[in-house]
Write a protein that binds this ligand. Structure first.
Ligand code: F6P
Length: 363
């Protein structure tokens, strides 16, 4: 719900959900912009969990407290996925803690789930504005979230490195990247890093189609192939794979490597990039985007608005209604221009067999 009220005099900021490159620059921007507007700022440790706990978990911060963090990965505030918040009692306790501290509004730096929780909190009288982050880049209504560019940079560099080792051994190298419901990381880094096959959740694949692309390349003189695979990619007629040991999403890369190796007779290896995509220094792009988002969130509150999430639309920053973001993800449209571009360049998505044995010049 977009609402208006008087500008807050005291706000609180928290980070929630999986970390992403740019969370610290966003915190820094929120704190410093608030100070600039004469608004007092508190920070919460460990996301919504800290909001429920109250006490030392919610403390005042000023500009000096957020010095030197622009380049730092992770979040200085800590983050958590709180189950207690899914219960009404947890939300009530959080609202009471904020009331006791005289806090008028909340800035939530988080993904779709965290924005949904913030939207729920408005029922308890807590005004909130959202700052979207997610490396998956799948927040509804937002062209680009921060964290994505950092992840994409890491994945593209991994593809560059895999090219030389794949070529040396005449192997198929499969890189599994993050992307639970949306294949943006795999699609972007696949294009930027020159993958031969891109597998994303939005386009179910067959092992035969992936193998046919590899064999076609072989016939044309390319004795190695690079496959990039989102962790949420699915085989036609199958479902997402989960790790036996941890129960977390993943394992599709190993499945593709094993099966494609069997069909093609080629040596195949898998590399799971995992949380490397989330850690480390944020890219300049993510630092700037996060800074713009954090500052914009405070400006929204200073105008007396709340119930909105700051988003990017093309080169501009605007807002969407928080309640509209909840429960929705922005997946890759299967007719997206980047998919067409990739197909036009001969990149396969594993949905069409590609046994075109016309001779072509060597790479
Ligand atoms: O939502 C972002 C994301 O990085 C997903 O791509 C991934 O499935 C998930 O977080 C893993 O999160 P964690 O290991 O922190 O639970």
């Amino acid at each position: 719900m977009t609402e208006t009220a008087t500008a807050p005099s005291r706000i609180v900021v928290l980070t929630s959900g999986g970390d992403a490159g740019g969370m610290n620059p966003a915190i820094r921007a929120v704190v410093r912009t608030a100070v600039h507007h004469g608004i007092e700022v508190y920070a919460v440790a460990e996301g919504y969990l800290g909001l429920i706990q109250g006490g030392d978990a919610i403390r005042p911060v000023d500009s000096a407290d957020v010095g030197g963090i622009l380049q730092r990965g992770g979040t200085i505030l800590g983050t958590a996925r709180s189950m207690e918040f899914r219960e009404r009692d947890g939300r009530r306790r959080a609202a009471r803690n904020l009331l006791e501290l005289g806090i008028d509004a909340l800035v939530v730096i988080g993904g779709e789930g965290s924005q949904g929780i913030a939207s729920e909190l408005s029922r308890y009288g807590v005004r909130a504005v959202g700052v979207p982050k997610t490396i998956d880049n799948d927040l509804w209504g937002c062209d680009q979230t921060f964290g994505f560019d950092t992840a994409l940079t890491v994945a593209t560099e991994a593809l560059d490195r895999l090219h030389t080792t794949a070529a040396s051994h005449d192997r198929v190298m499969v890189l599994e990247v993050m992307g639970r419901d949306a294949g943006w990381i795999a699609l972007h880094s696949g294009l930027g890093g020159g993958a031969d096959v891109i597998l994303i959740p939005e386009i179910p694949f067959t092992v035969e189609a992936v193998a046919s692309k590899i064999l076609t390349r072989e016939y044309r003189g390319s004795s190695f192939s690079i496959v990039i695979c989102a962790e949420g990619a699915v085989e036609q007629g199958g479902g997402q794979l989960y790790q036996e040991t941890t129960g977390t999403l993943g394992g599709i890369g190993a499945h593709v490597a094993t099966q494609v190796g069997k069909v093609t007779g080629k040596d195949a290896r898998v590399v799971v990039l995992g949380h490397v995509q989330r850690g480390g220094m944020p890219t300049p792009y993510d630092r700037i985007l996060a800074t713009r988002f954090g500052a914009a969130a405070v400006r929204v509150l200073a105008e007396g608005r709340y119930g909105e999430v700051v988003v990017s639309k093309g080169m501009e920053i605007s807002t969407v209604r928080m309640s509209d973001c909840a429960g929705k993800v922005r997946t890759v449209p299967v007719e997206h221009e980047m998919i067409q571009t990739a197909r036009g360049l001969g990149i396969a998505f594993g949905d069409e067999e590609d046994l075109d044995l016309t001779p072509e010049p060597l790479e």
